[in-house]
Design a protein around this ligand. Structure first.
Ligand SMILES: *Cc1c(COP(=O)(O)O)cnc(C)c1O
Length: 378
């Protein structure tokens, strides 16, 4: 038995893999594999439209939003978003994690050649992103980088960019921040379909597929129609309007990845939908956090309990050599990929939608065994 705690690409539902295996050589009586189907044919066209319809249903995506299946990963969105939405305007960024910082850094790069003004509202990098940047009415300390005043935000700005779940650091936003009426743009790469968010609160949502949606290679973008660019931009491949007018078929889309995503969407639906999975994810995460909290051996690097991610749970022993020993011990017992990100160290249990509750139960047992064998000496 193997439990895969990888942060992404990550565990997929067994039922989905079996279904894909079953259909691999002959998709729906076509005599061809999905991988062999033309993206212009009727078989693929129904795969694409069904995947979109199911995602719309699962996330209650309103009709005036477009759903796109693109390539380039979430990281390409760091450039596409300002290029499409921010020209001639200000665009705000909240840096509560490494990916939020990357989004801002890429925007700054782009602003050297395209006219817009990226502004960071705050960063918690000084404390290794162990907490979220806070929205406040008035800052106690004007130099506090970890908070922003809501009034600082120019209501005419293009957007405020947030990362819903900080995959590396293990923090997450559950109550959307006050953005002074400016539309939100959300990187939902690591908790899309795992946490029930209100799509209508966003101008744009994006997510790389490889955490909660399917294999790497697909990026989902959900964009409100009035945010599509009105004029042509730099490149058709980076233009949400062109991509959306062509229903994700401007060029060859990642066909097999979209098919897999569609199977995962069906699976999410069969599990009872996003609300039911969020409840299940909360139970899984609570099991692990409760154990960590009562233990004197393990700690969570996240500063505020209310900000803890239910998808990525980092923890440490506070001792690098113990951490290394734990990772090796876990690996040998079939608990794979539990090593934390190199920037944080320690361990990280990524327990996305497809990760089973029993795996978390067994991880806690493993942690108890390890603790017994490695009680620290004063
Ligand atoms: C994984 C991840 C990314 C990067 O995704 P790629 O598809 O590898 O570009 C960006 N943001 C968040 C929150 C992520 O978890």
């Amino acid at each position: 038995m193997v439990y895969n705690f990888a942060a992404g690409p990550s565990v997929l539902p067994k039922e989905v893999l079996l279904k894909a295996q079953d259909e691999l050589l002959d998709y729906a009586g076509s005599g061809m594999s999905v991988m062999e189907l033309t993206h212009r044919g009727s078989e693929f066209s129904s795969i694409l439209s069904k995947a979109e319809a199911t995602l719309r249903e699962l996330m209650s995506i309103p009709d005036h939003y477009k759903v796109l299946f693109l390539q380039g990963g979430a990281s390409t969105q760091f450039t596409m978003i300002p290029l499409n939405l921010a020209v001639g305007k200000k665009a705000y960024y909240i840096e509560s994690g490494s990916f939020g910082k990357k989004a801002y850094t890429e925007a700054v790069k782009l602003s050297k050649v395209i006219d817009f003004e990226p502004i960071s509202l705050g960063s918690t990098e000084k404390t290794k992103f162990d907490r979220l940047v806070k929205a406040v009415g008035k800052k106690e300390n004007p130099h506090d980088e970890c908070a922003y005043e809501i009034n600082e935000i120019d209501p005419d700005a293009a957007y405020v960019h947030i990362t819903l779940n900080n995959t590396i650091e293990g923090t997450a936003i559950y109550d959307l921040p006050d953005a002074h009426g400016v539309p939100l743009v959300g990187d939902m790469s690591s908790d899309i379909l795992a946490v029930d968010y209100d799509v209508s609160k966003f101008a744009l949502i994006y997510a790389g597929a490889q955490k909660n949606i399917g294999p790497a290679g697909v990026t989902v973008v959900i964009i409100r129609e009035d945010f599509l660019p009105k004029k042509e931009i730099l490149s058709s491949m980076l233009d949400y309007r062109v991509l959306s007018e062509n229903d994700s078929l401007y060029n060859t889309p990642p066909t097999f990845g979209i098919y897999m995503a569609g199977l995962v969407f069906d699976w999410v639906k069969a599990q009872g939908g996003v609300k039911a999975l969020e409840a299940k994810n909360r139970k899984k995460a609570a099991l692990l956090y409760d154990f960590i909290d009562q233990s004197e051996f393990y700690q969570s690097p996240v500063k505020n309990k209310a900000e803890r991610s239910i998808c990525n749970v980092p923890f440490t022993t506070g001792d690098q050599s113990f951490d290394q020993a734990f990772i090796a011990f876990a690996d040998e017992k079939g608990f794979k990929n539990i090593k934390g990100h190199r920037s944080v160290g320690g361990m990280r249990a990524s327990i996305y939608n497809a990760f089973p509750y029993e795996g978390v139960l067994e991880l806690v047992e493993l942690m108890k065994t390890f603790e017994k064998e490695h009680t620290k000496h004063e």
